[in-house]
Design a protein around this ligand. Structure first.
Ligand code: SF4
Length: 213
């Protein structure tokens, strides 16, 4: 798992998160109760509102393992609501099977890759992929303010690779260089995106606020 990508995503997810949840830590009983409470809350989310799973954590399961039972419970609780979900857990056979079962129930998850070559590896598995991008892809900031204009940013980054080594298109998350909201973009919840890999620049996030609402 990339700490950089996790940190980048945490920065991205700051701000208003009206429909976001993450699992807590504690002993098994506590975690189980928290999970059940969590799925109850998921069931009560608006039927068509986009929400974001796992602001600070990952899919249920210890370490690199996805707990298939809890993931299915989560998928059933979600009842096909549009959701943005990521995992850094590796695409082992067992994890992929759990992800497929959840996907069949309408709960689709993006696999997080640490670099473009790994993004290609994950895409070859037929899953949706996001990737951490190098610093150069970031729009410069100072505190919470943009330090370069959008025109200057686009000019500076226009020569950077826009595809993976296997020529899959990279789409830089627009919330990392504009004030776009996830509800306007939605690409991370769209799993029919023709192999587009969503990229998150590792730094320069302007204390980024990706807004789901
Ligand atoms: S703004 Fe778009 S690309 Fe960025 S996290 Fe939200 S849905 Fe994903």
């Amino acid at each position: 798992m990339s700490d950089e990508l996790s940190a980048a995503r945490r920065r991205l997810l700051r701000g208003k998160r009206p429909s976001s949840y993450s699992l807590g830590r504690g002993d098994e009983k506590t975690k189980r109760m928290e999970f059940e409470e969590f799925t109850k809350r998921v069931r009560k989310l608006p039927r068509h509102g986009l929400w974001r799973y796992g602001q600070a954590g990952d899919l249920p399961g210890e370490g690199d393992t996805i707990d298939p039972v809890q993931l299915i419970e989560l998928a059933k609780a979600n009842q096909n609501r549009p959701v943005i979900a990521f995992t850094h857990k590796p695409p082992t056979e067992e994890n992929l099977e759990a992800l497929q079962q959840a996907s069949d129930l309408g709960f689709k998850v993006n696999l997080s890759a640490d670099n473009m070559a790994e993004a290609d590896e994950f895409c070859d598995l037929g899953v949706s992929v996001v990737v951490v991008l190098p610093l150069e892809y970031s729009r410069k900031t100072k505190g919470k303010e943009w330090l370069e204009t959008i025109t200057a940013y686009k000019e500076r980054t226009k020569s950077l690779p826009k595809t993976t080594p296997k020529k899959r298109r990279i789409a830089v998350c627009p919330a990392t260089y504009t004030d776009t909201r996830c509800s306007e973009c939605r690409i991370c919840s769209n799993h029919e995106r023709n192999g587009i890999v969503v990229g998150f620049p590792v730094h320069g996030s302007r204390k980024l606020k990706i807004k789901t609402g």
